[in-house]
Write a protein that binds this ligand. Structure first.
Ligand code: TRP
Length: 439
């Protein structure tokens, strides 16, 4: 359970959710995000853990043996295959952002944030993005840290560290929230994030909110399946899921509040995009008592959270390679690590030298990878797992694994057979513009 929490809690909560809220206009996004967590992500997380515990292998082979058990086509194994590919693609930009966090640890140690102004904070971040070699160095360090752990095999030490570090991250965030409340504009932040304003709901915002519910809980690609395969037979899938989902969502929303209180007090731009936390948090951290120490601790903890998440992005693919080829774990880690590193180089360049290169729909390399994975591959993976578990698996097998009864089982069944498929399909069709043509 701790390992799954370690996978879920990461840059998705601290970095991505806050800026996505701003880019997508605030409260409408937040409300759709929370609804997606409750009606899609929680039931699908139970499904994914269940598939992993019953499949007991890497995602591709797990789906293959489950398909056999259910007497359906072995093509279902490709759900696992697509998931592993998604993990590789996500890690290639996740590692670059993880690198930003590491570079902020160094800045914090050096006291760069002391009494920093909003303008200086923004300049610092933009300067960082403008230096390809610096970004490349940090990306390489972060990825190396990840691959070393993966190459050695799932590490108990790191999981035990979660025990202390996740509560510590939570505590630090609460302090930050309190401080941000005293120097920032919390009521504006609250209104921005929670007052219902549905004028800003667009199909892109809906898909992004839905996609982020998958991203933040590590769903739709098989990461949670891997952890499911380690979950003991007697542990409750329902309780594990609920605990993680609540903790993870709370962490993200609290970070959002802390940040927007600063954004509105300093007349900053809520829609600033991926640099948001790096441009706002130093302002608060730099003016606090013992700010340098606190800032260092904060970025170290965020870096740690990113580290435990990144491992789960690549572990499924590594497991597949060693179970299906003659390669050792170390060789598999080196080959996949180099692949991720190379794609990451293009992500690094997309922030400077290759800024003008657009791939799909006018999006740059970083945005294309992010959108392709979070809004297409993860929801599609989740949808297929829901259909598989909801319609094809034998009732008795589901009952054995899930251990849900009464209304909880009904909720799982209805969300997996009806709500999740319908919601994901409608959102996809809507985005493709199919609806406009139909009506
Ligand atoms: N959930 C992690 C975060 O919020 C990122 C992550 C780890 C992830 N493993 C994943 C996202 C698998 C999607 C799929 O930072």
């Amino acid at each position: 359970m701790l390992a799954t929490a370690g996978s879920a809690i990461g840059l998705g909560n601290i970095w991505k959710l806050p800026y996505m809220i701003g880019v997508n206009g605030g409260s409408a996004f937040v409300i759709i995000f929370i609804a997606s967590i409750i009606f899609l992500a929680i039931p699908l997380m139970m499904t994914e853990i269940m598939l992993g515990r019953r499949g007991q292998k890497n995602p591709l082979d797990a789906m293959k043996s489950l398909a056999k058990e259910a007497n359906v086509s072995s093509l279902w194994s490709w759900v696992g295959g697509m998931g592993m590919l998604a993990g590789v693609l996500i890690l290639s930009f996740y590692s670059v952002v993880g690198g930003w966090v590491l570079s902020y640890v160094l800045s914090a140690v050096q006291g760069v944030f002391s009494n920093i102004s909003a303008e200086q904070a923004a300049n610092n971040f933009n300067n960082l993005l403008a230096q390809p070699l610096t970004l490349l160095m940090w990306h390489s360090i972060f990825l190396l840290m990840t691959m070393v752990i993966v190459a050695r095999g799932v590490s108990e030490g790191l999981e035990k560290a979660n025990n202390i570090l996740i509560p510590l991250l939570f505590a630090i965030l609460l302090v930050l929230l309190g401080y941000s409340m005293s120097v920032g504009d919390m009521s504006a932040a609250f209104t921005f994030m929670f007052s219902p304003d549905f004028s800003k709901v667009t199909s892109v915002a809906i898909l992004s909110a839905l996609g982020h519910a998958f991203f933040t809980l590590s769903l739709g690609m098989g990461a949670v399946m891997v952890y499911g395969s380690y979950l003991g037979k007697n542990e409750s899938i329902g309780q594990t899921t609920l605990f993680i989902a609540i903790l993870d969502t709370a962490l993200g929303l609290l970070t959002g509040l802390a940040i927007y209180a600063l954004v509105f007090a300093n007349q900053l731009e809520p829609g600033a995009g991926p640099g948001l936390i790096f441009q706002t948090l130093p302002i608060a951290l730099g003016s606090m008592p013992a700010g340098n120490l606190f800032a260092t601790l904060f970025f170290v903890l965020v870096g740690f959270a990113a580290w435990t998440s990144s491992i789960s992005l690549i572990e499924p693919a590594v497991a597949w390679v060693i179970e299906n080829t003659k390669l050792s774990r170390i060789m598999a880690s080196i080959i996949l690590g180099l692949t991720v590193w190379l794609i990451g180089v293009s992500v690094v360049l997309s922030f400077n030298e290759w800024q003008d290169i657009k791939i799909a729909f006018g999006l740059g390399i970083f945005d294309s990878l992010d959108k392709l994975t979070s809004t297409v591959m993860l929801p599609l993976g989740g949808l297929l797992m829901a259909i598989f578990a909801g319609y094809l698996m034998k009732k008795q097998h589901i009952a054995e694994e899930l251990g849900l009864h009464g209304w909880a089982f009904t909720f799982w069944k209805v969300t997996n057979t009806i709500i999740a498929p319908v919601a994901v399909i409608i959102v996809f069709l809507n985005l493709l513009g199919v609806f406009e043509k139909l009506f």
